[in-house]
Design a protein around this ligand. Structure first.
Ligand SMILES: *Cc1c(COP(=O)(O)O)cnc(C)c1O
Length: 217
C-alpha cells in the first residue's frame, strides 16, 4: 500500500509499519488473492469465522491475528488457532490463553488492548490497568508480550484522534522500555492510518481500503 510508505516518509520514519489485512466478512478467496500478491498477516474479528478461513487457507503460511473481543469461553480455541491475539484486556483472559496454548505452537504473541478514550461501552483495559496485565503476560511462558493495541473513538475532528494516538504512543514507550521484545504498537485503520503512523504506529489494521466495502452481515 503506497499510503503506508507515503505516511512513513511524511513522518520521517525509517520504515513503513507492518500492514495487517483485516478480512472480516470477506470470503477466503479474497484473502487468498491478497496472499498471492504477497500479503502475509491477516486479522479476523470472530473466532468461528477465522477458524473456517484458517482451515481453508492452511498451507499458505499465513500469520493470523485475532483483533475482535475474545470471550473467555473461546480462549482455548483462540489459543490453538491464532499466531497473535491483539485484544487481551483482563487477567482472566491471560490465564486462559496461557493455560491453553499448545506447546507445539510456540509462544502466542499478545497485545494488551487499551481503551484509550475510556468509553464505557467499549472493550480494552483502562491505561492504569496496563502494568498489571503486562506483568501477568510476562510471567506466562506460553505467551509473548509484543505490545499494545487500541481502537480510539472515531471522533470527526482529526486533532482528537491524533491526541488519542499520541497518548497510546506515550503508554507504549513506557512499556517498551522494559523489554526489547516489545516492538508493536497496533493502531490506525483505513480512515486514519496516516494520523496513527505520524504518532508512531508500528502496525496498522486495514480492511476496507484493501478489500473494498464489507458485505453486509
Ligand atoms: C474492522 C476492523 C479494522 C479495519 O477497519 P477498516 O476501517 O475497514 O480499515 C481494524 N481494526 C479492528 C479492530 C477492526 O474491527
Amino acid at each position: 500500500m503506497s499510503r503506508l510508505t507515503n505516511a512513513a516518509t511524511a513522518a520521517a520514519r525509517p520504515a513503513p509499519p507492518r500492514l495487517l489485512a483485516v478480512g472480516k466478512r470477506h470470503p477466503a478467496d479474497a484473502i487468498a488473492a491478497l496472499a498471492a500478491a504477497g500479503q502475509r498477516a491477516f486479522g479476523e474479528n470472530y473466532v468461528q469465522e477465522a477458524a473456517d478461513k484458517i482451515g481453508a487457507l492452511a498451507g499458505l503460511g499465513l500469520e493470523w491475528h485475532l483483533i475482535g473481543h475474545l470471550q473467555s469461553n473461546k480462549a482455548k480455541q483462540a489459543a490453538e488457532l491464532f499466531d497473535w491475539v491483539q485484544t487481551v484486556d483482563r487477567t482472566k483472559l491471560v490465564d486462559a490463553l496461557a493455560a491453553h496454548r499448545p506447546a507445539a505452537r510456540g509462544a502466542l504473541n499478545v497485545l494488551v488492548q487499551v481503551n484509550i478514550d475510556d468509553e464505557s461501552s467499549k472493550h480494552g483495559c483502562v491505561p492504569s490497568e496496563v502494568p498489571a496485565l503486562v506483568a501477568a503476560i510476562r510471567a506466562a511462558p506460553s505467551l509473548r508480550l509484543r505490545g499494545l493495541m487500541a481502537i480510539p473513538a472515531p471522533h470527526a475532528e482529526p486533532e482528537r484522534r491524533r491526541d488519542a494516538f499520541a497518548r497510546m504512543r506515550r503508554l507504549f514507550d513506557t512499556v517498551a522500555g522494559q523489554d526489547p521484545a516489545i516492538d508493536t504498537l497496533s493502531m490506525g485503520m483505513s480512515d486514519d492510518l496516516e494520523l496513527a503512523i505520524a504518532e508512531g504506529a508500528t502496525m496498522v489494521r486495514v480492511g476496507s481500503a484493501l478489500f473494498g466495502a464489507r458485505p453486509a452481515s
